[in-house]
Design a protein around this ligand. Structure first.
Ligand SMILES: O=C(O)CCC(=O)C(=O)O
Ligand SMILES: [Fe+2]
Length: 318
């Protein structure tokens, strides 16, 4: 198992990736969600520096004890103010969109959800005026630890977060906590409860909201010593007292292994959404066009598996 959580491109690799990226940004119609552009992106992803491709193949095979990989020194160029409109997405084939697209495609296939950020494959994670306290990526108060789309039957296998711009004070921390480093510290009876369908996760309002119709699910599944995890500490609730208690014990165990990364432009965090949660520390936006800006992608490993949820065999899940 490779537990090295950081991969830094050398300057030569940065130049090589820049050349591939520049070519890809010129491919018509220069729109991320267009099938022709996505096809070109898949091809270009095979031309990323070979050392990076090897590391990504290892990460796909085994995400390590930290369940995440930070790729640094990617050649991101930004020539626009940070957007601040609600639900904003990146439709243009910018250098950043090309980079996160290519790296994501070395792991699997890009997906999005029709009810979230208008189904765009590359989404902006930016603070939005008036949404400071929201438990969404438009907020700037602390964002609780979660796996992505915990409520959904087809959750992404990976989440990619590429930093285009840091926050002014360089304090906004992406937080990551992997169940692989916490599971041993949980008492046996707590693990048993977490492995039973005694939890519900509310869907966000854009997906119909609430937990009334939400099916009960387990928080830990798979091998008891190396489980997958399905929890969002804002949206998941225990259905009985032992289940509620077990969630609190799990939260403490994950807090003890939480790592915080202040991303810099050109840093891409890849999180294995089956074993690791993510969240964000508080920061103060200024809404001056220079605020923190990440691009986000979702990736799944088996495109075919979700075919019934995708009309016209596209990338957007209904
Ligand atoms: O802002 C961050 O660092 C993470 C936000 C987040 O959880 C997301 O966009 O899925
Ligand atoms: Fe998230």
């Amino acid at each position: 198992m490779n537990n090295d959580t950081t991969f830094v491109l050398t300057d030569d690799e940065n130049r090589q990736a820049r050349a591939t990226t520049e070519q890809l940004t010129q491919v018509e119609p220069r729109l991320v969600d267009a099938p022709d552009w996505l096809h070109a992106c898949r091809g270009s992803s095979a031309e990323l520096p070979s050392r990076l491709r090897r590391r990504l193949a290892e990460f796909r095979n085994d995400p390590g004890d930290h369940g995440s990989l930070l790729v640094r020194n990617l050649p991101v160029v930004v020539d626009r103010p940070t957007p601040a409109d609600p639900g904003s997405v990146e439709r243009d084939a910018t250098t950043g969109a090309a980079l996160i697209g290519m790296v994501s495609m070395q792991l699997g296939d890009l997906i999005a959800y029709r009810n979230e950020k208008s189904g765009a494959l590359v989404q902006n994670v930016v603070p939005v005026p008036g949404q400071e306290a929201q438990q969404s990526n438009a907020g700037s108060t602390r964002l609780e630890m979660h796996i992505e789309n915990a409520f959904h039957p087809h959750r992404p296998d990976y989440v990619g977060l590429l930093c285009v711009r840091s926050d002014h004070e360089r304090v906004a921390g992406l937080q990551i906590a992997c169940v692989r480093r916490a599971v041993d510290t949980l008492p046996g009876d707590v693990r048993t409860v977490l492995g039973e369908p005694r939890f519900v996760t509310d869907a966000p309002p854009s997906f119909g909201g609430g937990s009334a119709a939400a099916p009960r699910h387990a928080v830990l599944t798979g091998h008891p010593d190396d489980p997958d995890i399905r929890v969002d500490f804002h949206a998941t609730h225990g259905c009985d007292v032992p289940a509620k208690d077990a969630l609190e014990i799990l939260r403490d165990a994950l807090t003890a292994v939480t790592e915080t990364l202040v991303l810099e432009p050109g840093d891409l965090a890849l999180v294995d959404n089956r074993v690791a949660l993510h969240g964000r520390t508080l920061f103060t936006p200024r809404y001056d066009g220079e605020d923190r800006w990440l691009y986000r992608t979702f990736v799944h490993l088996d495109h075919r598996r979700s075919r019934a949820f995708r009309s016209r065999d596209g990338h957007v899940l209904d």
